[in-house]
Ligand binder design. Structure first.
Ligand code: B12
Length: 359
Protein backbone atom coordinates (compact mmCIF):
# COMPACT_ATOMS: atom_id res chain seq x y z
CA UNK A 1 0.00 0.00 0.00
CA UNK A 2 1.97 2.97 -1.26
CA UNK A 3 -0.82 5.40 -1.91
CA UNK A 4 -1.07 6.98 1.46
CA UNK A 5 1.18 9.95 0.84
CA UNK A 6 0.60 10.30 -2.86
CA UNK A 7 -2.33 12.70 -3.04
CA UNK A 8 -2.16 12.89 -6.84
CA UNK A 9 -2.40 9.19 -7.53
CA UNK A 10 -5.15 8.78 -10.18
CA UNK A 11 -6.79 5.95 -8.24
CA UNK A 12 -7.30 8.19 -5.19
CA UNK A 13 -8.48 11.06 -7.36
CA UNK A 14 -10.87 8.77 -9.19
CA UNK A 15 -12.46 7.30 -6.05
CA UNK A 16 -12.64 10.80 -4.50
CA UNK A 17 -14.61 12.05 -7.52
CA UNK A 18 -16.99 9.09 -7.23
CA UNK A 19 -17.52 9.68 -3.50
CA UNK A 20 -18.14 13.39 -4.15
CA UNK A 21 -20.74 12.69 -6.88
CA UNK A 22 -22.44 9.95 -4.87
CA UNK A 23 -22.78 12.27 -1.85
CA UNK A 24 -24.49 14.96 -3.95
CA UNK A 25 -26.73 12.32 -5.55
CA UNK A 26 -27.84 10.92 -2.19
CA UNK A 27 -28.29 14.24 -0.38
CA UNK A 28 -30.10 16.98 -2.37
CA UNK A 29 -29.66 19.47 0.53
CA UNK A 30 -25.97 19.79 -0.43
CA UNK A 31 -26.92 21.67 -3.61
CA UNK A 32 -28.01 24.67 -1.52
CA UNK A 33 -25.48 24.34 1.27
CA UNK A 34 -22.32 24.09 -0.86
CA UNK A 35 -21.29 27.06 -3.01
CA UNK A 36 -18.44 26.69 -5.54
CA UNK A 37 -15.73 27.44 -2.99
CA UNK A 38 -17.13 24.90 -0.55
CA UNK A 39 -17.45 22.27 -3.30
CA UNK A 40 -13.78 22.64 -4.14
CA UNK A 41 -12.82 22.30 -0.44
CA UNK A 42 -15.13 19.34 -0.06
CA UNK A 43 -13.44 17.55 -2.92
CA UNK A 44 -9.98 18.32 -1.50
CA UNK A 45 -11.14 17.07 1.91
CA UNK A 46 -12.19 13.74 0.43
CA UNK A 47 -8.68 13.23 -0.89
CA UNK A 48 -7.33 14.04 2.58
CA UNK A 49 -9.84 11.77 4.28
CA UNK A 50 -8.75 8.84 2.15
CA UNK A 51 -5.08 9.57 2.80
CA UNK A 52 -5.60 9.69 6.57
CA UNK A 53 -7.67 6.52 6.43
CA UNK A 54 -5.03 4.68 4.42
CA UNK A 55 -2.39 5.84 6.90
CA UNK A 56 -4.33 4.55 9.90
CA UNK A 57 -4.96 1.26 8.09
CA UNK A 58 -1.29 0.93 7.13
CA UNK A 59 -0.16 1.35 10.74
CA UNK A 60 -3.25 -0.49 12.06
CA UNK A 61 -3.57 2.50 14.40
CA UNK A 62 -7.22 3.61 14.59
CA UNK A 63 -6.36 6.59 16.80
CA UNK A 64 -4.87 8.32 13.76
CA UNK A 65 -8.21 8.27 11.95
CA UNK A 66 -10.29 8.88 15.06
CA UNK A 67 -8.38 12.03 16.04
CA UNK A 68 -8.39 13.24 12.46
CA UNK A 69 -12.21 12.76 12.22
CA UNK A 70 -12.77 14.93 15.31
CA UNK A 71 -10.34 17.54 14.03
CA UNK A 72 -12.09 17.82 10.64
CA UNK A 73 -15.49 17.92 12.31
CA UNK A 74 -14.55 20.85 14.56
CA UNK A 75 -12.89 22.62 11.65
CA UNK A 76 -16.03 22.31 9.50
CA UNK A 77 -18.21 23.53 12.38
CA UNK A 78 -16.09 26.68 12.53
CA UNK A 79 -15.99 27.18 8.78
CA UNK A 80 -19.69 26.60 8.05
CA UNK A 81 -21.38 28.75 10.69
CA UNK A 82 -24.65 28.74 8.75
CA UNK A 83 -25.04 25.00 9.42
CA UNK A 84 -25.42 23.64 12.91
CA UNK A 85 -23.30 20.92 14.51
CA UNK A 86 -25.93 18.24 13.93
CA UNK A 87 -26.12 18.93 10.21
CA UNK A 88 -22.33 18.84 9.84
CA UNK A 89 -22.29 15.57 11.79
CA UNK A 90 -24.92 14.21 9.38
CA UNK A 91 -22.85 15.28 6.36
CA UNK A 92 -19.71 13.63 7.71
CA UNK A 93 -21.45 10.41 8.71
CA UNK A 94 -23.05 10.15 5.26
CA UNK A 95 -19.67 10.82 3.75
CA UNK A 96 -17.90 8.12 5.80
CA UNK A 97 -20.69 5.64 5.01
CA UNK A 98 -20.30 6.31 1.29
CA UNK A 99 -16.52 5.86 1.71
CA UNK A 100 -17.14 2.42 3.21
CA UNK A 101 -18.99 1.24 0.10
CA UNK A 102 -16.68 2.93 -2.37
CA UNK A 103 -13.53 1.53 -0.81
CA UNK A 104 -14.95 -1.96 -1.08
CA UNK A 105 -15.97 -1.41 -4.72
CA UNK A 106 -13.12 0.72 -6.04
CA UNK A 107 -10.00 0.22 -3.95
CA UNK A 108 -10.08 -3.57 -3.91
CA UNK A 109 -7.14 -3.74 -6.30
CA UNK A 110 -5.14 -1.61 -3.94
CA UNK A 111 -6.07 -2.93 -0.48
CA UNK A 112 -6.03 -6.53 0.65
CA UNK A 113 -9.24 -8.13 1.89
CA UNK A 114 -7.99 -7.74 5.45
CA UNK A 115 -7.14 -4.06 4.91
CA UNK A 116 -10.61 -3.36 3.52
CA UNK A 117 -12.14 -4.85 6.68
CA UNK A 118 -9.82 -2.70 8.83
CA UNK A 119 -10.63 0.43 6.79
CA UNK A 120 -14.34 -0.11 7.34
CA UNK A 121 -13.78 -0.59 11.06
CA UNK A 122 -11.74 2.62 11.23
CA UNK A 123 -14.55 4.50 9.43
CA UNK A 124 -16.99 3.14 12.05
CA UNK A 125 -14.74 4.46 14.81
CA UNK A 126 -14.58 7.83 13.00
CA UNK A 127 -18.40 7.93 12.85
CA UNK A 128 -18.69 7.25 16.59
CA UNK A 129 -16.06 9.88 17.39
CA UNK A 130 -17.97 12.50 15.38
CA UNK A 131 -21.25 11.60 17.12
CA UNK A 132 -19.55 12.08 20.50
CA UNK A 133 -17.95 15.36 19.41
CA UNK A 134 -21.35 16.66 18.24
CA UNK A 135 -22.80 16.11 21.71
CA UNK A 136 -19.76 17.53 23.40
CA UNK A 137 -20.79 21.19 23.30
CA UNK A 138 -19.01 23.41 25.77
CA UNK A 139 -21.53 25.22 27.95
CA UNK A 140 -20.78 28.55 29.62
CA UNK A 141 -19.39 28.68 33.17
CA UNK A 142 -22.53 30.28 34.59
CA UNK A 143 -24.60 27.43 33.28
CA UNK A 144 -22.39 24.66 34.61
CA UNK A 145 -21.98 25.92 38.15
CA UNK A 146 -24.23 26.20 41.17
CA UNK A 147 -27.43 24.52 42.24
CA UNK A 148 -29.20 22.05 39.88
CA UNK A 149 -26.31 21.97 37.37
CA UNK A 150 -26.85 18.31 36.49
CA UNK A 151 -30.59 18.76 35.94
CA UNK A 152 -30.02 21.82 33.75
CA UNK A 153 -27.43 19.93 31.71
CA UNK A 154 -29.75 16.94 31.27
CA UNK A 155 -32.61 19.21 30.18
CA UNK A 156 -30.45 21.22 27.77
CA UNK A 157 -28.88 18.06 26.30
CA UNK A 158 -32.35 16.62 25.63
CA UNK A 159 -33.33 19.88 23.90
CA UNK A 160 -30.17 19.96 21.80
CA UNK A 161 -30.72 16.37 20.71
CA UNK A 162 -34.36 17.05 19.86
CA UNK A 163 -35.58 14.54 22.45
CA UNK A 164 -38.88 16.10 23.48
CA UNK A 165 -40.00 13.19 25.65
CA UNK A 166 -36.67 13.11 27.53
CA UNK A 167 -36.84 16.87 28.13
CA UNK A 168 -40.34 16.52 29.62
CA UNK A 169 -39.22 13.56 31.70
CA UNK A 170 -36.22 15.40 33.18
CA UNK A 171 -38.52 18.13 34.49
CA UNK A 172 -41.34 15.80 35.55
CA UNK A 173 -38.84 13.74 37.56
CA UNK A 174 -37.37 16.90 39.09
CA UNK A 175 -40.85 17.89 40.27
CA UNK A 176 -41.46 14.38 41.63
CA UNK A 177 -38.19 14.67 43.56
CA UNK A 178 -39.71 17.60 45.43
CA UNK A 179 -37.85 20.52 43.81
CA UNK A 180 -40.09 23.63 44.24
CA UNK A 181 -41.85 24.95 41.15
CA UNK A 182 -40.22 28.34 41.61
CA UNK A 183 -36.77 26.74 41.41
CA UNK A 184 -37.76 24.71 38.36
CA UNK A 185 -38.83 27.91 36.63
CA UNK A 186 -36.06 30.27 37.65
CA UNK A 187 -33.08 28.00 38.36
CA UNK A 188 -33.59 25.35 35.67
CA UNK A 189 -35.83 26.48 32.79
CA UNK A 190 -34.86 30.17 32.64
CA UNK A 191 -31.06 29.60 32.75
CA UNK A 192 -31.44 26.84 30.15
CA UNK A 193 -33.19 29.27 27.81
CA UNK A 194 -30.47 31.85 28.48
CA UNK A 195 -27.89 29.21 27.54
CA UNK A 196 -29.84 28.39 24.37
CA UNK A 197 -29.44 32.07 23.47
CA UNK A 198 -25.70 31.87 24.16
CA UNK A 199 -25.33 28.81 21.91
CA UNK A 200 -27.23 30.61 19.14
CA UNK A 201 -25.05 33.70 19.61
CA UNK A 202 -21.90 31.53 19.31
CA UNK A 203 -23.34 29.90 16.14
CA UNK A 204 -23.33 26.49 17.79
CA UNK A 205 -27.05 26.05 17.16
CA UNK A 206 -29.25 27.48 14.44
CA UNK A 207 -32.48 29.37 14.94
CA UNK A 208 -34.74 26.31 14.40
CA UNK A 209 -33.23 24.73 17.54
CA UNK A 210 -33.84 27.95 19.49
CA UNK A 211 -37.49 27.94 18.40
CA UNK A 212 -37.84 24.25 19.26
CA UNK A 213 -36.34 24.80 22.74
CA UNK A 214 -38.79 27.66 23.28
CA UNK A 215 -41.83 25.62 22.32
CA UNK A 216 -40.77 22.60 24.41
CA UNK A 217 -40.14 24.83 27.44
CA UNK A 218 -43.52 26.52 27.00
CA UNK A 219 -45.17 23.08 26.87
CA UNK A 220 -43.23 21.95 29.94
CA UNK A 221 -44.49 25.04 31.80
CA UNK A 222 -48.07 24.26 30.80
CA UNK A 223 -47.83 20.80 32.42
CA UNK A 224 -47.85 22.60 35.80
CA UNK A 225 -51.05 24.54 35.17
CA UNK A 226 -53.48 22.33 37.04
CA UNK A 227 -51.30 22.69 40.13
CA UNK A 228 -50.71 26.40 39.60
CA UNK A 229 -54.44 27.18 39.62
CA UNK A 230 -55.19 25.01 42.66
CA UNK A 231 -53.52 27.30 45.16
CA UNK A 232 -55.50 29.26 47.74
CA UNK A 233 -56.57 32.74 46.53
CA UNK A 234 -55.22 35.94 48.07
CA UNK A 235 -57.64 38.37 46.38
CA UNK A 236 -54.74 40.25 44.87
CA UNK A 237 -54.30 40.87 41.16
CA UNK A 238 -51.26 41.05 38.89
CA UNK A 239 -51.38 42.34 35.34
CA UNK A 240 -48.29 41.64 33.25
CA UNK A 241 -46.97 41.97 29.72
CA UNK A 242 -43.94 42.56 27.54
CA UNK A 243 -43.63 46.06 26.16
CA UNK A 244 -43.48 47.55 22.65
CA UNK A 245 -42.85 45.18 19.77
CA UNK A 246 -40.99 42.86 22.08
CA UNK A 247 -41.63 39.24 21.17
CA UNK A 248 -39.81 37.78 24.16
CA UNK A 249 -42.57 36.87 26.55
CA UNK A 250 -41.53 33.68 28.32
CA UNK A 251 -39.91 35.58 31.19
CA UNK A 252 -43.02 37.59 32.00
CA UNK A 253 -45.16 34.51 31.53
CA UNK A 254 -43.04 32.84 34.21
CA UNK A 255 -43.65 35.84 36.47
CA UNK A 256 -47.39 35.50 35.90
CA UNK A 257 -47.36 31.73 36.65
CA UNK A 258 -45.30 32.29 39.81
CA UNK A 259 -47.87 34.81 41.07
CA UNK A 260 -50.83 32.60 40.16
CA UNK A 261 -49.14 29.72 42.00
CA UNK A 262 -48.82 31.95 45.03
CA UNK A 263 -52.58 32.66 44.99
CA UNK A 264 -52.73 35.89 43.01
CA UNK A 265 -55.23 36.36 40.18
CA UNK A 266 -53.27 37.11 37.05
CA UNK A 267 -53.92 38.82 33.74
CA UNK A 268 -51.06 37.94 31.50
CA UNK A 269 -51.31 39.90 28.26
CA UNK A 270 -48.36 38.39 26.39
CA UNK A 271 -46.31 40.46 23.97
CA UNK A 272 -46.51 43.16 21.29
CA UNK A 273 -49.51 45.04 22.69
CA UNK A 274 -50.27 48.70 21.82
CA UNK A 275 -50.02 51.12 24.76
CA UNK A 276 -53.75 51.90 24.63
CA UNK A 277 -54.66 48.23 24.91
CA UNK A 278 -52.57 47.91 28.07
CA UNK A 279 -54.23 51.00 29.59
CA UNK A 280 -57.69 49.63 28.73
CA UNK A 281 -56.84 46.28 30.39
CA UNK A 282 -55.60 48.06 33.52
CA UNK A 283 -58.84 50.06 33.74
CA UNK A 284 -60.89 46.90 33.35
CA UNK A 285 -59.02 44.65 35.80
CA UNK A 286 -57.78 47.21 38.37
CA UNK A 287 -54.67 45.20 39.29
CA UNK A 288 -52.72 45.71 42.52
CA UNK A 289 -49.41 45.31 40.70
CA UNK A 290 -48.38 45.74 37.07
CA UNK A 291 -45.27 43.90 35.86
CA UNK A 292 -43.68 45.22 32.67
CA UNK A 293 -40.95 43.22 30.98
CA UNK A 294 -38.32 44.32 28.46
CA UNK A 295 -35.70 42.01 26.94
CA UNK A 296 -34.31 44.12 24.08
CA UNK A 297 -32.98 47.61 24.78
CA UNK A 298 -34.81 49.38 21.89
CA UNK A 299 -38.09 48.71 23.73
CA UNK A 300 -36.95 50.51 26.90
CA UNK A 301 -38.30 53.77 25.43
CA UNK A 302 -41.76 52.16 24.98
CA UNK A 303 -41.53 51.00 28.57
CA UNK A 304 -40.68 54.49 29.81
CA UNK A 305 -43.68 55.96 27.93
CA UNK A 306 -45.99 53.28 29.29
CA UNK A 307 -44.75 53.75 32.85
CA UNK A 308 -45.45 57.54 32.69
CA UNK A 309 -48.88 56.97 31.17
CA UNK A 310 -49.85 54.41 33.82
CA UNK A 311 -48.56 56.67 36.58
CA UNK A 312 -50.62 59.56 35.19
CA UNK A 313 -53.86 57.61 34.82
CA UNK A 314 -53.55 55.25 37.83
CA UNK A 315 -51.44 57.00 40.49
CA UNK A 316 -52.05 54.30 43.16
CA UNK A 317 -51.26 51.15 41.21
CA UNK A 318 -47.83 49.66 41.93
CA UNK A 319 -45.58 49.38 38.89
CA UNK A 320 -42.69 46.90 38.63
CA UNK A 321 -40.27 46.68 35.73
CA UNK A 322 -37.72 44.01 34.88
CA UNK A 323 -36.23 41.83 32.17
CA UNK A 324 -32.81 41.44 30.62
CA UNK A 325 -32.79 44.83 28.87
CA UNK A 326 -32.32 46.57 32.23
CA UNK A 327 -29.27 44.52 33.21
CA UNK A 328 -27.13 46.31 30.64
CA UNK A 329 -28.16 49.86 31.61
CA UNK A 330 -26.77 52.22 34.20
CA UNK A 331 -29.67 51.48 36.62
CA UNK A 332 -32.08 53.23 34.25
CA UNK A 333 -35.12 52.21 36.32
CA UNK A 334 -33.99 54.52 39.15
CA UNK A 335 -34.92 57.51 36.99
CA UNK A 336 -38.49 56.33 36.40
CA UNK A 337 -41.56 56.68 38.66
CA UNK A 338 -41.80 52.96 39.41
CA UNK A 339 -42.21 51.04 42.66
CA UNK A 340 -39.99 48.05 42.10
CA UNK A 341 -37.22 46.65 39.93
CA UNK A 342 -35.57 43.25 40.34
CA UNK A 343 -34.11 40.48 38.24
CA UNK A 344 -36.40 37.60 39.16
CA UNK A 345 -39.97 36.56 39.75
CA UNK A 346 -39.02 35.33 43.21
CA UNK A 347 -37.84 38.79 44.31
CA UNK A 348 -40.83 40.47 42.71
CA UNK A 349 -43.24 38.12 44.49
CA UNK A 350 -41.53 38.65 47.83
CA UNK A 351 -41.77 42.42 47.42
CA UNK A 352 -45.38 42.32 46.14
CA UNK A 353 -46.60 40.09 48.97
CA UNK A 354 -45.03 42.34 51.58
CA UNK A 355 -46.01 45.64 49.98
CA UNK A 356 -49.60 44.81 49.08
CA UNK A 357 -50.39 42.98 52.32
CA UNK A 358 -48.96 45.72 54.50
CA UNK A 359 -49.70 48.65 52.22
C1 B12 B 1 -36.59 32.31 22.94
C2 B12 B 1 -35.91 33.53 22.37
C3 B12 B 1 -36.55 34.19 21.31
C4 B12 B 1 -37.95 33.83 20.86
C5 B12 B 1 -38.96 34.39 21.90
C6 B12 B 1 -40.20 33.54 21.99
C7 B12 B 1 -41.04 33.82 23.19
N1 B12 B 1 -42.23 33.30 23.12
O1 B12 B 1 -40.68 34.46 24.17
C8 B12 B 1 -38.02 34.52 19.45
C9 B12 B 1 -37.67 33.50 18.40
C10 B12 B 1 -39.34 35.20 19.10
C11 B12 B 1 -36.85 35.50 19.54
C12 B12 B 1 -36.67 36.52 18.64
C13 B12 B 1 -35.57 37.38 18.63
N2 B12 B 1 -34.50 37.31 19.47
CO1 B12 B 1 -34.41 36.21 20.94
N3 B12 B 1 -34.03 35.01 22.41
C14 B12 B 1 -34.68 34.00 22.89
C15 B12 B 1 -33.86 33.39 24.05
C16 B12 B 1 -33.08 32.19 23.54
C17 B12 B 1 -34.65 32.96 25.28
C18 B12 B 1 -35.60 34.03 25.86
C19 B12 B 1 -36.26 33.43 27.06
O2 B12 B 1 -37.34 32.87 26.98
N4 B12 B 1 -35.56 33.45 28.21
C20 B12 B 1 -36.03 32.79 29.42
C21 B12 B 1 -36.76 33.76 30.33
C22 B12 B 1 -37.48 32.98 31.41
O3 B12 B 1 -35.80 34.60 30.94
P1 B12 B 1 -35.95 36.19 31.04
O4 B12 B 1 -36.66 36.73 29.86
O5 B12 B 1 -34.62 36.72 31.35
O6 B12 B 1 -36.92 36.41 32.29
C23 B12 B 1 -36.51 36.25 33.62
C24 B12 B 1 -35.87 37.51 34.25
O7 B12 B 1 -35.27 38.36 33.31
C25 B12 B 1 -36.98 38.16 35.00
N5 B12 B 1 -37.91 39.07 34.36
C26 B12 B 1 -38.38 39.12 33.10
N6 B12 B 1 -39.32 40.05 32.95
C27 B12 B 1 -39.47 40.64 34.14
C28 B12 B 1 -40.33 41.67 34.57
C29 B12 B 1 -40.28 42.08 35.92
C30 B12 B 1 -41.21 43.16 36.37
C31 B12 B 1 -39.36 41.47 36.81
C32 B12 B 1 -39.26 41.95 38.21
C33 B12 B 1 -38.51 40.46 36.39
C34 B12 B 1 -38.58 40.04 35.05
O8 B12 B 1 -37.74 37.04 35.45
C35 B12 B 1 -37.75 36.02 34.44
C36 B12 B 1 -37.78 34.68 35.10
O9 B12 B 1 -36.64 34.45 35.86
C37 B12 B 1 -32.95 34.60 24.42
C38 B12 B 1 -31.70 34.25 25.20
C39 B12 B 1 -31.76 34.87 26.58
N7 B12 B 1 -30.65 35.32 27.09
O10 B12 B 1 -32.83 34.95 27.20
C40 B12 B 1 -32.74 35.25 23.05
C41 B12 B 1 -32.39 36.74 22.98
C42 B12 B 1 -33.16 37.51 24.03
N8 B12 B 1 -32.85 37.08 21.64
C43 B12 B 1 -32.08 37.90 21.00
C44 B12 B 1 -32.29 38.37 19.69
C45 B12 B 1 -31.15 39.17 19.07
C46 B12 B 1 -33.50 38.13 19.01
C47 B12 B 1 -33.89 38.62 17.61
C48 B12 B 1 -33.47 40.04 17.24
C49 B12 B 1 -33.30 37.58 16.66
C50 B12 B 1 -33.55 37.76 15.23
N9 B12 B 1 -32.50 38.05 14.54
O11 B12 B 1 -34.67 37.55 14.80
C51 B12 B 1 -35.44 38.47 17.65
C52 B12 B 1 -36.13 39.77 18.15
C53 B12 B 1 -37.62 39.65 18.21
C54 B12 B 1 -38.27 40.79 18.94
N10 B12 B 1 -38.76 41.80 18.24
O12 B12 B 1 -38.40 40.80 20.13
C55 B12 B 1 -30.88 38.30 21.87
C56 B12 B 1 -31.08 39.72 22.44
C57 B12 B 1 -29.78 40.51 22.51
C58 B12 B 1 -30.05 41.89 23.02
N11 B12 B 1 -29.56 42.20 24.19
O13 B12 B 1 -30.71 42.68 22.41
C59 B12 B 1 -30.86 37.15 22.94
C60 B12 B 1 -30.30 37.57 24.31
C61 B12 B 1 -30.00 35.99 22.35
C62 B12 B 1 -28.51 36.29 22.42
N12 B12 B 1 -27.79 35.65 23.33
O14 B12 B 1 -28.00 37.06 21.64
N13 B12 B 1 -36.02 35.20 20.58
Amino acid sequence: MSLMNNFNDPRILDVSKKIFEEHFRLDPKLENEMNQRRRKSMYDDIVYNISYLLTSVYFKDVTIFKEYSIWVYELLCNLMKDLDRDRIMEQMIDHFTIMQTMIEDHLNTLLTREEIVIAKEHLDVGILAIQEAAENVEFSNNFTSGEYTEIRKAYLTALLMGKTKDAHQVIAQTKLNGIPLLDIYEKILAPTMHEIGELWHRSIITVDKEHYATSVTQNVMSTFYSEIFESQRRNKTLLSCSVGNELHEMGVRMISDIFEYSGWDTYYLGAALPKDAVIKAIREHQPDVIALSVTMQPFLKNCEELVYEIRKQFPDIKIAVGGQAFTSTNSLWEKWPIDHYSTSGEQLLLWANQTIEHG
